[in-house]
Write a protein that binds this ligand. Structure first.
Ligand SMILES: NC(=O)c1ccc[n+]([C@@H]2O[C@H](COP(=O)([O-])OP(=O)(O)OC[C@H]3O[C@@H](n4cnc5c(N)ncnc54)[C@H](O)[C@@H]3O)[C@@H](O)[C@H]2O)c1
Ligand SMILES: [Fe+2]
Length: 383
């Protein structure tokens, strides 16, 4: 049996943030990071929340939010008798807000008869994680430094507001890294073991939009049409993978991100061409036994306008297009280009493999993975 459920109301396009004016007579808490406050973006949102009874700002979010931050956030919500949480920022701020609201509910469930349901409104400022519509939140264990994925339908925000105005300040390197996260989400969800017609149509449109509009966003962050399209791509890719999970690419990227503090989208992009190559299993394709993933990569290549007369040509053109895009956006393609020494990389090889094998995303990969397979992919990104 397959299931399709999307519970987040999505408002999109220019001026979508005006929807915040509708919130009246509630205690609102804005969860964000210092950059959003210093850059004036938080102020812009506070003005739209002016009809609320009270507004408080929790601006302590940092990339890859640790559990200690979540605990401080819960105390903050309780102190402010919060009714709605507005999450403003990239995946880190939205994930932090999701985890704070989710865990606050759990604490309250255990202590109150009828806990107040806090409404969560997500305002993404990167076109990347799709966290505004997913049932995932990634937090970091403060002691071990490991990323802990929380997975629960109740983590889905009640409302997502996709306003391109919020993304245009993202500098080219953040646009590029987060945009590659979108492309990885679409591609991984498309071939995931659990993919379905419902998730496929979301992934196809997300990939089509992202390959067309990411270069434009990178070239000119103020191209509002391209930003709008990329924001939609990010959301559609998020919907797709929220339904069917991801795969080995994210399994490895989570390990690289946690161990070396490589930004999430950059870590995904590093391994993407090699994971596609692994999943398509080209040695078998040469023997005329192309697998389902190779056929799907071929279809995706066609959708984004690449020649793909056979699975083999489709896969190799898709990989070439990703490499071309990475070069265009001046992205690192090896671990050494990310500023990590080979010695440090090798010292952590076994730990990366352990974490990738155990990651909750890896189980959805369409091709069964061994430790040796991961080690070979790591060889490809070493230098
Ligand atoms: N919940 C999910 O479904 C999901 C999926 C993928 C990744 N994640 C998680 O999301 C996090 C990564 O999120 P991210 O890639 O969006 O980056 P991020 O939220 O960590 O932000 C990266 C940097 O970009 C800055 N920034 C954000 N928006 C900006 C803007 N408009 N202008 C200028 N600077 C801006 C932030 O201040 C920060 O310094 C990781 O923790 C990852 O594990 C979650
Ligand atoms: Fe991701």
């Amino acid at each position: 049996m397959k299931r399709f459920k999307l519970s987040t109301e999505v408002l999109f396009s220019e001026d979508a943030i005006d929807a915040l004016l509708e919130f009246k007579d509630v205690n609102a808490v804005l969860i964000t990071d210092k950059f959003m406050v210093d850059s004036g973006m938080a102020d812009m949102i506070l003005k739209k929340l002016r009809n609320c009874k009270s507004i408080s700002v929790f601006d302590e979010v940092i990339p890859d939010p640790p559990m200690s931050l979540i605990e401080r956030g819960i105390a903050f919500l309780q102190d402010k008798d919060c009714d709605i949480v507005v999450a403003l920022g990239g995946g880190s701020s939205i994930d932090a807000a999701k985890a704070i609201v989710y865990m606050n509910d759990k604490v309250k469930d255990a202590t109150e008869e009828a806990p107040k349901k806090i409404k969560l409104i997500a305002l993404p400022t990167t076109s990347g994680t799709g966290s505004e519509v997913t049932q995932f939140a990634v937090v970091t264990d403060t002691e071990t430094g490991k990323k802990i994925p929380l997975i629960d339908e109740s983590l889905m925000p009640d409302m997502a507001i996709l306003d391109p105005e919020l993304v245009k300040s993202a500098p080219p390197f953040i646009t590029a890294d987060t945009g590659m996260d979108v492309i990885t989400h679409a591609i991984e969800a498309y071939v995931a073991e659990t993919s379905s017609d419902c998730s496929d149509c979301l992934a196809e449109k997300a990939a089509e939009l992202a390959f067309e509009f990411l270069p434009r966003c990178y070239r000119n962050g103020y191209d509002i049409k391209a930003r709008d399209k990329m924001h939609r791509a990010s959301c559609l890719a998020g919907m797709s993978f929220s339904l069917v999970n991801l795969g080995l690419n994210h399994g490895i990227a989570h390990a690289l991100g946690a161990i070396f503090h490589i930004p999430h989208g950059r870590a995904n992009a590093l391994v993407l061409p090699h994971v596609i190559d692994f999943n398509a299993d080209m040695a078998r394709e040469a023997a005329k036994h192309s697998n389902d993933s190779a056929k799907k990569y071929q279809k995706l290549a066609r959708i984004i306008g690449l020649p793909a007369p056979t699975p083999k040509v489709g896969v190799s053109n898709l990989i070439a297009e990703i490499n071309r895009l990475m070069r265009y956006m001046d992205r690192p393609t090896t671990i050494t280009e990310c500023g990590i020494s080979l010695e440090e990389f090798e010292a952590n090889r076994e730990e990366i493999i352990n974490r990738a094998m155990a990651d909750a995303c890896t189980v959805a990969n369409p091709r069964k993975v061994t430790r040796d397979d991961i080690s070979k992919i790591l060889d490809c990104i070493a230098k």
